[in-house]
Design a protein. Structure first.
Length: 169
């Protein structure tokens, strides 16, 4: 039921026009969201980790998302934007925007899209030089992260994170 004006009481909300009673938010449920929500915890961790990598890579004019794209193109030579997006657990449209920006900056070269959206992509000399400069920075941040969470804990959980990202429903 839709209502534009509410009276707030300790028992919940009452719609002034219909007298429809809406239950108060249960504090236990709200506490469960904060203390148990997988999405909240994953996104909080992702924001912190992303910030750490982005801060370190910023002097190079690079973000961690761009770094992983450069490293994946160089290391895996994907045959299509869709395959690259799947491998990075990214939406294809977000990846296309990232690739176009990286192409504008002269870091990647994208061939024409062909059959089944296959597209050749490679790093330019500028992109390879940037990746070469960024790798030691990445290694330093990665080491700090592993020290913060504990090397053993990281080794035990890193594959689990990929299972979460790529596992079946």
């Amino acid at each position: 039921m839709f209502c534009l004006k509410f009276n707030v009481t300790t028992q919940g909300f009452t719609c002034v026009y219909t007298r429809y009673k809406m239950p108060a938010m249960n504090k236990t449920i709200l506490e469960d969201v904060y203390s148990n929500c997988a999405c909240y915890r994953a996104r909080a961790a992702a924001r912190r980790v992303t910030r750490d990598y982005d801060d370190a890579l910023k002097p190079l004019g690079l973000k961690i998302t761009q770094f992983t794209v450069l490293a994946t193109i160089k290391g895996h030579k994907p045959s299509s934007t869709s395959k690259l997006a799947n491998g990075l657990a990214m939406e294809r449209t977000s990846l296309v925007r990232t690739l176009e920006l990286m192409q504008t900056k002269g870091w990647v070269r994208l061939g024409p899209e062909g059959y089944r959206r296959e597209q050749q992509m490679e790093l330019t000399a500028k992109g390879e030089a940037l990746l070469e400069k960024a790798l030691p920075v990445w290694r330093e941040v990665q080491t700090r992260f592993e020290n913060r969470v504990g090397k053993e804990r990281w080794d035990e959980n890193k594959d689990w994170l990929l299972d979460v990202a790529f596992g079946d429903d």
